[in-house]
Design a protein around this ligand. Structure first.
Ligand code: FAD
Length: 116
């Protein structure tokens, strides 16, 4: 972990980016407007072009080509994104995340209320 005030490394950038993406998916509308869908598609499709870890961007681009973004609504998008994150987890030899728990992790918090 770089000292405070230092530019992010690939791990820090990854954590920040997943936090942004999963949180944005968790609050995406259940019934998005055509404009909201188009903008979400642009956000996701911009990552392979702009994400400043070139090998991450390249592999993510290949993955979303095989598994096109499902921007039809909050639940579907959250699941799709969880699966993409799990592809990266597998590639890096990390444990995969149970996608049934994606709302608990990124929106509602655990049932015991410890995050309230
Ligand atoms: P992270 O993987 O950053 O996850 C953060 C938190 O999200 C976890 O603590 C967990 O609570 C939760 N979480 C974990 N999995 C899921 C899931 N499937 N769905 C929902 N929530 C979940 N790093 C590389 O070294 N090589 C790469 O090629 C690479 N590609 C990347 C591509 C993208 C698009 C992004 C955003 C990041 C990429 N990274 C890559 C970074 C990598 O994914 C991790 O962010 C980084 O290794 C830090 O990992 P971490 O263990 O702290 O947790």
């Amino acid at each position: 972990e770089p000292p405070p005030g230092c530019p992010p490394d690939v791990e820090q950038l990854g954590r920040a980016t997943w936090t942004f993406l999963h949180t944005t998916a968790a609050y995406y509308p259940e019934k998005p407007t055509p404009n909201q869908r188009a903008n979400m598609l642009m956000l996701l499709r911009s990552l392979p072009v702009l994400y400043p870890c070139t090998w991450c961007a390249q592999d993510f681009g290949e993955d979303i080509e095989k598994n096109p973004p499902d921007v039809s609504g909050r639940v579907a998008l959250s699941k799709w994104l969880c699966e993409r994150h799990n592809e990266v987890n597998e590639k890096l030899g990390k444990v995969t995340f149970n996608c049934a728990k994606v709302d608990e992790r990124w929106k509602d918090g655990p049932p015991d209320g410890r995050c309230d």
